[in-house]
Design a protein around this ligand. Structure first.
Ligand code: AHR
Length: 495
């Protein structure tokens, strides 16, 4: 049976905030150290310590915003340990992630340099769990104050004359868990207090993000919105697609069954229900939708690769991850009235990474390719769609066969992203493009593979990569499309 998709090219419904295509890099495993930072003396080619191959790959993604330094690490991080001459920086234990020694060589200046090189906006997460109000306040002063002050002076002594622009600042992370095991009432009060001293200096206006709920903790959202919505710009939400049990075994990233494929897709789709329910609570206190939902941690979470440090969260990445990325980004696009930012976890070598490294080698994951293909949606106008799709059955489980989102860019080009979650069969689509003239020019790119666990390895780094998509027929303003099983496709239409 055909799937029916109507795209209303003149039915603009607001803008898809480019920050939905944001990323997250934590001091965890080999994300920052090895993955991004190798140091100036490394034999791996680098720019002031940041490896060039990773930099070049990430630059292609037009990353709009990058969250740092955590995650759970953020509430253990004391920023003053990470500035000044590197040889004098304090060595600490990264207690949360593998108990490794953190030498603090990658600190505020290095992160800001990374953002400058990537032309991305920094999103810094401050320490509420084990930090002080003064420490947080002084960090913002250090980064953004341009006049005469103790912190501005210290920044200048450390080699940076002008203040940086810092838009996004998180007041703690997962404060219901690793960020202090707090109850929502207590955190809401702490949020109110800490954020008071996150000052706007000069022209720098900080967008303040409160630590939000885990998964379906709707009471957390209720309390935070009720007690502190007027003092926040964004409220976060964390959700990971885990096919198994978080504590007893999440499932392998590469060696998984057909059942696990289906469950992973269902888990990915579940974020739509979470967004809808949390949004309903937010709507009660903020009907104007001023406060953004900031999904600042999302993605797949599987068991670590055999033989690797369990605290490093290193996992491979297959076409299944690509589908999770494509489906999730479609959901964020379709809810962009409330979802103002999302940050996939994490950029390099950790969880659902964009790139993996081994010594001086680097590979691009299937997830990387989805972000590259979908970047056409960044800051584009969201288009109204009407979708009637087949339901596919696996055992006693059901899945929609196809996921869709559509946008129109500044030049009027319509971009439609289509995911076929079916691991067995192609999906045929009858696409009706309304509000567009009959003479259309179509181009497409597709990411797919025969095997459901196809992946890129250091030996074969190009097993999964985008190719030109031509499996469509144009019929006036309609398109008959055939999507192969397990595929992510972006179709671009000019008229
Ligand atoms: O992304 C890995 C971890 O998951 C983060 O540090 C934490 O915030 C979340 O629990």
């Amino acid at each position: 049976m055909e799937n029916n998709v109507v795209v209303n090219a003149d039915g603009v419904q607001g803008t898809i905030n480019k920050n939905i295509y944001g990323h997250f890099a934590e001091h965890l495993g080999r994300c920052i150290y090895e993955g991004i930072w190798v140091g100036e003396d490394s034999s791996i080619p680098n720019t002031k310590g940041i490896r060039n191959d990773v930099l070049g790959a990430l630059k292609e993604l037009d990353i709009p915003v990058l969250r740092w330094p955590g995650g759970c690490f953020a509430d253990e991080y004391h920023w003053k340990d990470g500035v000044g001459p590197r040889e004098n920086r304090k060595r600490m234990v990264n207690t949360h992630w593998g108990g490794m020694v953190e030498n603090n060589h990658f600190g505020t200046h290095e992160f800001m340099l990374l953002c400058e090189l990537l032309e991305t906006e920094p999103y810094i997460c401050g320490n509420v769990g084990s930090g002080t109000v003064q420490e947080m306040s002084e960090w913002v002063e250090y980064m953004t104050f341009d006049g005469e002050s103790p912190m501005a002076k210290w920044r200048q002594e450390n080699g940076r004359e002008e203040a940086w622009n810092l838009t996004y600042f998180g007041v703690g992370n997962e404060n219901w868990g690793c960020g202090g095991n707090m109850r929502p009432q207590y955190y809401a009060d702490l949020y109110r207090r800490f954020q008071t001293y996150v000052r706007n200096y000069g022209d720098n206006k900080v967008y303040k993000i409160a630590g939000g709920a885990n998964v379906d903790n709707f009471n957390w959202t209720e309390v935070l919105m009720r007690e502190a919505a007027h003092l926040m710009d964004g409220l976060s939400l964390h959700y990971y697609a885990i096919p198994g049990d978080f504590w007893k075994g999440k499932g392998s990233a590469t060696d998984f069954t057909e059942d696990e494929w289906t469950i992973t897709m269902q888990k990915a789709l579940h974020i739509e229900e979470l967004i809808t329910k949390h949004s309903t609570i937010m709507d009660k206190y903020d009907p104007e939708k001023r406060v953004g939902m900031i999904v600042d941690e999302w993605g797949t979470w599987f068991d670590v690769e055999p033989g690797t440090n369990p605290g490093f969260l290193f996992q491979q990445n297959t076409i299944r991850d690509a589908l999770v990325a494509g489906v999730s980004l479609n959901i964020f696009n379709n809810h962009s009235d409330r979802v103002q930012m999302a940050n996939i976890a994490q950029t390099v070598n950790v969880l659902q990474a964009m790139v993996l490294t081994e010594g001086d080698k680097m590979l691009l994951t299937p997830t990387y390719h989805v972000f590259e293909m979908y970047k056409v949606h960044q800051d584009a106008k969201k288009l109204a769609i009407d979708v009637k799709v087949n339901s596919i059955k696996h055992g006693d489980q059901f899945l929609p066969q196809v996921s869709v989102s559509a946008s129109k860019d500044k030049k009027g080009k319509v971009n439609i992203s289509l995911c076929n979650m079916d691991k067995d069969s192609e999906a045929t689509i009858n696409l009706d493009l309304r509000g567009i003239v009959d003479q259309i020019k179509v181009e497409g790119r597709i990411l797919t593979s025969k095997q459901m666990n196809a992946r890129n390895t250091f030996e074969e780094p190009e097993t999964v990569k985008p190719t030109v998509f031509e499996d469509y027929k144009i019929n006036g303003h309609k398109l008959d499309i055939s999507l192969p099983s397990k595929s992510v496709t972006v179709i671009s239409i000019e008229s």
